[in-house]
Design a protein around this ligand. Structure first.
Ligand SMILES: Cc1cc2nc3c(=O)[nH]c(=O)nc-3n(C[C@H](O)[C@H](O)[C@H](O)COP(=O)(O)O)c2cc1C
Length: 246
């Protein structure tokens, strides 16, 4: 059976809707306003130079966070999710990412939510432009209050300096692949998070993946379009050395 791309969208959106966690509260408008500001991140000054075996061995989900500085966020985004090689194409070249994705498609976008002011980066919802190494500010206002209502464990919003949401781009995938690749988007997001875990560990940061969130609330907080879905989130801050986790 063949489906047009529009049919694919409708079917995938229906499947996604059936699988979403709506949360205890009805969807309420959050106190955020739209923003449009471009912020070029400082070039990373640190490299995740820890040997791979040491990073694998030291990686943990950590729940205590100290404030994050600009260079750490810049280095994390650059090395975990930034650009890698460029493949020649008729159109001039296709930039690949540090993490693989099915078909090399730009199937996910990272939305860093800055919950505690970072040097040169105000609190707000941002979209990471990996090629330009920029943050595009999309929303401002009470981001912590808004995110608290999105999370099954709202304490993440209280404790964490930055939460990076990996968003799936249905359009990027469904114009090429069939409906079943809705599932592949989640694999792509898992690979992005695996990179984030290892790079954060190698940069001596504290981090934890988060899948406990209410989809519609989070989509509204991020101001996502109909073809974007939040897949997984990732809390990150500097590491507190006071006590190590199990
Ligand atoms: C995809 C994914 C989603 C997760 N979601 C949550 C979450 O919502 N809340 C939480 O406290 N931990 C979450 N975790 C952390 C796991 O509980 C943790 O990875 C697991 O207990 C193994 O511990 P370790 O990461 O320290 O090895 C998640 C981990 C992964 C990989």
């Amino acid at each position: 059976m063949t489906h047009t791309v529009a049919d694919r969208f409708d079917r995938v959106r229906a499947i996604h809707h059936a699988l979403t966690d709506t949360g205890p509260e009805p969807l309420r408008s959050v106190h955020l306003s739209d923003a449009a500001e471009t912020l070029t991140l400082r070039p990373p000054t640190r490299e995740p130079a820890m040997p791979l075996h040491a990073a694998l061995d030291d990686r943990r989900s950590r729940y205590d966070y100290a404030p994050l500085d600009h260079e750490d966020l810049s280095a994390l985004l650059r090395w975990a999710l930034g650009p890698q090689r460029t493949l020649p194409t008729a159109g001039g070249g296709h930039r690949m990412s540090m993490h693989p994705s099915a078909g090399g498609l730009a199937s996910t976008t990272a939305f860093p939510i800055v919950l505690r002011h970072i040097d040169g980066i105000a609190e707000g919802v941002y979209q990471f432009d990996r090629d330009a190494h920029q943050l595009l500010r999309r929303r401002e206002g009470d981001v912590r209050g808004a995110l608290t209502r999105c999370l099954v464990q709202p304490e993440f919003a209280e404790r964490t300096p930055v939460i990076i949401v990996i968003v799936g781009e249905l359009e990027a995938t469904l114009v090429k692949y069939s409906e079943r690749h809705y599932r592949t988007l989640h694999v792509d997001a898992g690979l992005a998070v695996a990179n984030l875990y290892l790079v954060a560990t190698a940069l001596d940061l504290a981090c934890c993946a988060i899948s406990g969130f209410y989809d519609d609330q989070l989509a509204e907080t991020l101001s996502l379009s109909e073809s974007q879905i939040p897949l997984v989130a990732f809390a990150v801050g500097a590491r507190r050395q006071v006590r190590e986790q199990r």
